[in-house]
Design a protein. Structure first.
Length: 425
């Protein structure tokens, strides 16, 4: 029996908590800070993710034995290193890499260098700062094809901008570097070749030596239907992904997963947790767009419900380096999720609107809360992405029908969602 603390407040953390709570090995479950949904399966704790001392104090006072870090920011800031540095916390199993490993997500410049060093297929790119922005303009002038600009640091999934022409690329580069569009995250900007293909998210759980490849997923980042409008944190997802067949996934494993793990070992990086590979399929060849060092959101909401293996045991084996001793069993059903968001997202939006219709949902639908909170006994909106509506069925079409029916059934002021999730594959 184990007492567990999950860090985070989104639908990803609700999905993780929902699955952990099902385990007979879960004695007590906390989520910090959590949301209205996590309060239904765990006890919410009002902790700030940046306050490592307060988190440590709660862990010690509550007898927490496992810490599952949902979002990337605490990992990049070194929460795993913090726990490992204190003798009174070294007994805690932590699912999440040390800061050196978290740089794979924390710095796109670092990750691009890592990919090149270990021979992982990726797009060509060059990094610029405000001190050599003129060189960046020249680089754009001499560039052939469409251009992608990426903020080097963490930008909540919104720091990647695909430009239509060189004039737009220069304007975006200026906005990111000189106007600090993403703050410190865009102090360095990568100018990268645009790859024309279709994206897939591949998730690896590793104990530093052994690994399990989890169910793949495809997410939808643009706010508008037909993939138009600005990037968001994610508007929906599906799993499995039809085009990620056995031959393609074998290439991913051989050309990306294994070289990544070898590279981490060569760099002496202690990595226990998730590696998220954002991949572009160009023809039949995978190219690595980026690493994340945690599960994706909304991909978690379709990946975790498909895992049949006890999640507490899976995480424990990860923490103690015995992942090879457990079999990963995956549900053969299709999972889809449609994200309800606040009108105006990803730009400005209002909060505090009452959410209704949850009681009318089919038992085949899992409503994973994201930006929600409790106002007394009433559930209200409290963020841009409000709720992920996940359904499992024998086919993707049936699952999508259930997710979309649920999206229509739930109501709140200024509700918006994409109605085309999954229809492109």
């Amino acid at each position: 029996m184990m007492t567990i603390l999950v860090l985070g407040s989104g639908a990803r953390e609700h999905a993780l908590a929902w699955k952990l709570a099902q385990s007979p090995r879960c004695k007590e479950l906390f989520v910090a800070p959590g949301n209205a949904g996590t309060s239904q399966v765990a006890k919410n704790v009002p902790l700030k993710l940046s306050d490592f001392e307060a988190i440590a104090a709660f862990v010690l006072n509550s007898g927490v034995q496992m810490l599952v870090v949902g979002p990337e920011a605490p990992l990049v800031a070194g929460i795993t290193d913090f726990f490992m540095s204190r003798k009174d916390l070294q007994h805690v199993h932590i699912i999440g890499p040390v800061a050196a490993g978290a740089r794979l997500e924390g710095s796109k410049d670092f990750s691009k260098t890592f990919m090149r060093k270990y021979g992982i297929p990726t797009a060509q790119a060059q990094t610029f700062t405000k001190t050599n922005i003129a060189e960046g303009y020249t680089f754009i002038d001499n560039f052939e094809g469409r251009i992608v600009l990426k903020a080097d640091g963490l930008a909540a999934g919104k720091g990647v901008i695909i430009t239509a022409n060189k004039a737009e690329a220069k304007a975006v580069l200026q906005d990111m570097l000189l106007n600090e569009r993403f703050g410190e995250a865009s102090a360095r900007v990568l100018i990268e070749t645009y790859l024309d293909g279709i994206e897939v998210s591949v998730f690896v759980l590793t104990d530093g030596k052994n690994y399990k490849i989890l169910p793949e997923a495809k997410d939808y980042k643009r706010v508008g239907e037909a993939d138009k409008g600005p990037n968001t944190g994610g508007m929906g997802a599906v799993s499995p992904v039809p085009f990620a067949n056995e031959a393609f996934m074998k290439r991913v494993e051989e050309q990306m997963v294994l070289p990544t793990l070898r590279g981490l070992k060569t760099e002496n990086i202690d990595y226990k947790g998730f590696i998220f590979l954002g991949i572009m399929k160009v023809g039949e060849q995978p190219y690595l767009l980026e690493y994340n060092v945690r599960m994706g959101d909304p991909e978690t909401e379709v990946v975790i419900p498909r895992i049949k293996t006890d999640l507490v045991t899976l995480f424990e084996k990860t923490a103690i380096g015995e992942l090879n001793s457990i079999h990963l069993e995956v549900e053969p059903l299709c999972a889809t999720t449609v994200m309800l968001v606040s009108g105006g997202y990803p730009d400005s939006f209002d909060k505090g609107f009452a959410i209704s219709g949850l009681d009318s949902l089919s038992s085949a639908v899992l409503p994973f809360h994201a930006g929600t909170s409790l106002n007394g006994i009433e559930i209200v909106t409290n963020g841009g992405r409000v709720m992920a509506l996940t359904a499992l069925a024998s086919t993707q079409e049936k699952a999508l029908a259930l997710s979309n029916e649920a999206a229509e059934a739930i109501s709140f002021t200024q509700k918006y969602y994409r109605r085309d999730i999954g229809f492109d594959i």
